[in-house]
Design a protein around this ligand. Structure first.
Ligand code: CA
Ligand code: CA
Ligand code: CA
Ligand code: CA
Length: 321
């Protein structure tokens, strides 16, 4: 099996292309044909050997048939691992340099470069399967949440070529990424409203040039702000026919307001605004109680103004009568 794709000359070095992870014993190049292409049959006695044996990168190679100089794989070469360990440059090429001793009526040293070509042998992988994010509902459009990008140890188009958002529902988000820097961010594209949609689930897919994918499951919880005011169920509560003889502390009615916010932002207290000592409003329940003996002869109607106020920051109010 011959694996050399082609050979080229560069700055007096012969560059031989060989794919990563070839099986042991695979032939990389016939050195005799490479170095003496024109007079291959004329040479009688010639001997090829590696200048070193067990050190990097010589331990990956072996010369079989020293008179033919069949350079073969001795140990599997993992380009991506060599890159990760910085044994070769991977922004350009993973080149391994070998000095070949050529014994032909005297010793000579030839430098050849084995250029290890990448195979797409890794899928994109996110470090976590799932992440939970929290975004406040008043996040401005264009707000970015930085995410951990996926990793694919392959090179160029064998590595990640893009990301996409996958969801069965429309999302108010987009993705922004820079493949060279390895940046990935979620961008807020629309106004968020926790009171309408309080969470989103979707997947982020990282894709390499062969359509191999890595998936990240995302849960975004929208954090509440106090942007909804309490609202009384009625603007005016009319309480008729209260008897003069009603006993003190009797409940004559109850007011109720709703607030769509969450937690304390939606918790309401009620306050009696009007100065009328004959009535009391329970701050929590909204129950209106009689606090004095009512006298029809002195006053036939009482007008009470009640405020509903939430407990959130920068509290919001509503009023009823
Ligand atoms: Ca890949
Ligand atoms: Ca690879
Ligand atoms: Ca509120
Ligand atoms: Ca809110």
């Amino acid at each position: 099996m011959l694996s050399c794709c082609y050979c080229q000359q560069q700055e007096d070095h012969l560059i031989i292309r060989s794919t990563e992870k070839l099986p042991v014993h695979t032939e990389v190049i016939n050195l005799r044909r490479l170095l003496f292409p024109n007079n291959i049959s004329d040479i009688k006695t010639i001997d090829f050997s590696l200048a070193k044996r067990d050190e990097f990168p010589y331990m990956y190679f072996l010369i079989n048939h020293s008179s033919q100089g069949i350079l073969t794989i001795r140990k599997e070469i993992d380009r991506d691992e060599l890159c990760r360990l910085r044994y070769c440059r991977c922004d350009t090429w993973c080149d391994l340099e070998l000095e070949i001793i050529v014994d032909r009526e005297g010793f000579n040293i030839e430098l050849i470069i084995i250029r290890i070509i990448d195979r797409n042998d890794h899928k994109p992988v996110f470090l976590k399967n799932q992440i939970n994010l929290t975004i406040v509902e008043n996040a401005p459009m264009g707000a970015m949440i930085k995410l951990e990008a996926a990793v694919d140890h392959d090179q160029g188009p064998n590595s990640i070529i893009g990301y996409s958002l996958i969801s069965s529902k429309a999302l108010p988000f987009s993705l922004l990424y820079n493949l060279i820097r390895g940046d990935l961010s979620l961008v807020v594209e629309q106004v968020l409203d926790r009171e309408l949609i309080s969470s989103y689930t979707f997947d982020i897919i990282a894709r390499d040039g062969d359509n191999q994918t890595g998936i990240l499951h995302v849960l975004v919880t929208i954090d509440d702000i106090n942007d909804s005011p309490p609202k009384f169920e009625q603007l005016v509560y009319i309480i008729n026919n209260i008897s003069e003889s009603i006993s003190i502390d009797s409940i004559i009615s109850r007011v109720h307001a709703i607030d769509d916010d969450d937690g304390v932002n939606g918790e309401i207290n009620y306050y009696l605004i009007s100065q009328d000592n004959c009535f009391h409003v329970d701050a929590v329940t909204g129950d209106i109680r009689v606090r004095c003996l009512l006298d029809y002869e002195t006053q036939t109607t009482h007008r009470l103004e009640i405020e509903a106020r939430d407990k959130g920051e920068g509290y919001k109010t509503d009023f009823c009568t």
